[in-house]
Design a protein around this ligand. Structure first.
Ligand code: HEM
Length: 413
């Protein structure tokens, strides 16, 4: 992302189709300006949809309105989908069982169960693994001199981390990786939906078997925690166990991977910021937060309204689909000073890249740790980095980032 190329008045919001991934590819350089136009011209905007059963959806673009909806899971629900694709299809088949698409008491109970698997005691060794892996992958890439940073470096961190967290045995990791790639990848256009469905079912079967093993022989991992959990004296059912294993993969793989890839991309594009990081003028911690704000890896999430409710002066009707654009809220000039400037030392930096409120990202600590490990490894081992050919953006209206980032890396002496 770069600074705006059009004045806000130049954008006709009716021309912007947010359901179409091509909007985010073809107009990538204009996006900052487009989102500014949404915030200033019509901050709670009605977006029509052609040729589908839904009349349309709301586009919420200002920080304060985005926060208001995120905060409120009484008047807005995630149980009928939480991203545009499922919201427009009419629902999510995992609703009421998978954390991210469950609300009310069951959500609180499930979240408390999962929080045990994200306790610092459990995460500490996982984060150690992240650091070691990032350091080794960057050192190896530097030794080669050139690499595809997306495929050779960043791709090998999040799934390995999630496999550690879930407690997947080493022998099963390649199998799991190939299944998750087929099941989830939103990167390429024209993927077979059937292949993805088969892989998704195999993943669920895999976790069902692993949960049965862990029930007899528990360890310190997510699968064991879910397999042993009880709510009101009742164990979780099979579906809840496997869907929530799956939800950790969905939540934690692409988002973290794209953040690391975009972090590298932006450091190359902003040599002055790279210098500040290298020379210790900014902390790695604040650099992590600015990468998260700037990249906004999950561009939007969404809800359905349960009652009539007023947001930003517009009346949203019960049943309406509401989308919350992190990629706009994170650039809201009412909250961020000169938001179009990539500033690794930015403070305060209260971005919404991990959402907010009851569904706030369960893996935020881990996501931050992954980006931190990557930036630290780059700072330590890389003297200079450059693009060797253009990055390839992913095809998505939900996630932002690149599937390929060919770079040359010169070693630090
Ligand atoms: C929820 C972003 C990493 C697991 C969320 C939400 C956002 C988000 C915005 C809120 C969704 C909503 O309100 O509907 C990110 C980003 C990440 C990241 C940008 C990386 C940079 C991770 C990791 C994991 C994870 C590493 C797990 C290992 C989850 C789960 C939820 C969630 C389980 C659902 C929480 C709930 O509904 O209570 N994430 N995430 N995420 N994330 Fe992440």
């Amino acid at each position: 992302m770069t600074t705006a190329t059009r004045a806000p008045g130049d954008v006709d919001l009716a021309d912007i189709d947010l359901t179409d991934p091509r909007t985010f590819l073809d107009r990538q350089k204009e996006l900052v300006g487009i989102w500014r136009a949404f915030r200033t011209q019509d901050p709670v905007h009605w977006h029509a949809v052609q040729g589908r059963a839904v009349p349309g959806f709301w586009v919420v673009s200002r920080y304060r309105d985005v926060m208001e909806v995120y905060r409120d899971n009484k008047r807005f629900t995630s149980e009928r989908g939480n991203v545009l694709a499922t919201l427009l299809e009419g629902g999510d088949s995992a609703a009421g069982r998978m954390l991210a698409v469950t609300d009310g008491r069951r959500h609180r109970e499930l979240r408390n169960v999962l929080l045990k698997a994200f306790a610092p005691r459990v995460l500490e060794p996982v984060v150690d693994g992240v650091r070691r892996r990032a350091d080794r992958l960057v050192r190896e890439a530097v030794a080669r001199g050139t690499c595809d940073f997306a495929q050779d470096v960043a791709e090998h961190i999040p799934m390995a981390t999630i496999a550690d967290l879930l407690g997947v045995p080493a022998a099963d990791r390649d199998y799991l990786l190939s299944l998750t790639k087929q099941a989830l990848s939103s990167e390429e256009e024209g993927q077979s939906e059937e292949e993805a469905l088969v892989a998704r079912n195999e993943l669920l079967l895999y976790f069902s078997d692993l949960a049965a093993e862990r029930r007899d022989d528990p360890r310190d991992d997510v699968v064991s925690v879910l397999a042993a959990a009880t709510i009101d004296g009742e164990p979780l059912n099979e579906q809840e166990i496997v869907l929530n294993c799956y939800s950790v993969i969905i939540g934690g793989d692409e988002t973290s991977r794209l953040s690391m890839i975009c972090g590298m991309h932006e450091l190359i594009g902003h040599p002055e910021q790279w210098r500040r990081l290298k020379e210790g003028e900014v902390t790695v911690e604040s650099a992590v937060e600015e990468v998260l704000r700037w990249v906004s890896p999950a561009m939007h999430f969404g809800r359905r309204a349960l009652t009539d409710v007023e947001i930003g002066g517009r009346t949203i009707r019960a049943g309406d689909v509401v989308t919350l654009w992190n990629s706009s809220a994170n650039y809201d000039e009412d909250v961020f000073d000169r938001p179009e400037v990539f500033d690794l030392g930015r403070t305060p930096n209260k971005h919404v890249s991990f959402g907010y409120g009851p569904h706030f990202c369960l893996g935020a600590y881990l996501g931050r740790a992954e980006i931190h490990a990557m930036l630290s490894a780059l700072r330590t081992h890389v003297a200079e980095a450059a693009l060797t050919s253009p990055a390839r953006p992913i095809h998505s209206n939900f996630l932002h980032g690149y599937s390929s980032l060919p770079v040359s890396l010169r070693a630090e002496r």
